[in-house]
Design a protein around this ligand. Structure first.
Ligand code: MYA
Length: 162
């Protein structure tokens, strides 16, 4: 299976969290499981991602939820429209990001994020995420992602092709 981010065209692959062309970035990879209607990202923080010794920095956890949600939105929208990411790469940016830190996240184990699209409507997708350290749920996130066009940040921001 190919990670959702690997479908991003090179000009959209510089994101600090998920761009495969950002050598100093996190380069997370998210996989879509159509049979479950869920996405999954796995990431092992490094020692310098410390908040308090032994625990992961919350800003990193928010970044993981952010980029995991962006990719989940692209896959969920493609699934809803019955298109493949290969034929129709869909660009989503984060409009809103809410992160609840339920418990301290231990530094060391691989983290697992599970994403579920809660709403797919027009250009908007709402994604709920749960982040687990081993079997413990430590973070819950909800993000609103909005589909953009190729001219994001310039004058044109409507999605290409409607
Ligand atoms: C697969 C290939 C992919 C290729 C590349 C992938 C790129 C990967 C990059 C990785 C990136 C990684 C992640 C990053 O770091 S992304 C970087 C951080 N994010 C940004 O810089 C985004 C800045 N914001 C904007 O540009 C605009 O505000 C956007 C484009 C987001 C919306 O402005 P626009 O004028 O276009 O929107 P609209 O008014 O028509 O609203 C549309 C819908 O959205 C709803 N809404 C809007 N805002 C909010 C809000 N705050 N809360 C809740 N809902 C909100 C709104 O109610 C409406 O819904 P509905 O009323 O119809 O139900």
């Amino acid at each position: 299976m190919k990670a959702i981010q690997l479908y991003y065209p090179p000009e959209w692959a510089h994101c600090y969290g998920c761009g495969y062309l950002n050598a100093q970035g996190l380069r997370i990879e998210t996989y879509w499981h159509p049979e479950r209607g869920e996405s999954e990202t796995r990431f092992t923080p490094k020692p310098h991602h410390t908040a308090i010794p032994g625990f992961v920095y919350g800003g990193l956890l928010a970044s993981l939820v952010d980029c995991h949600s962006t990719a989940t939105a692209a896959a969920a929208k493609a699934a809803a429209e019955g298109v493949s990411l290969e034929e129709a790469p869909l660009r989503f940016v984060t409009a809103s990001l809410k992160v609840d830190f339920l418990k301290p996240t231990p530094l060391g184990p691989e983290l697992r994020l599970v994403g579920r699209p809660k709403e797919v409507k027009g250009r908007k997708v709402v994604v709920e995420t749960e982040l687990y350290a081993e079997e413990t749920l430590t973070v819950r996130g909800e993000a609103v992602l909005v589909q953009i066009g190729e001219g994001f940040g310039r004058s044109e921001d409507a999605p290409a092709g409607g």
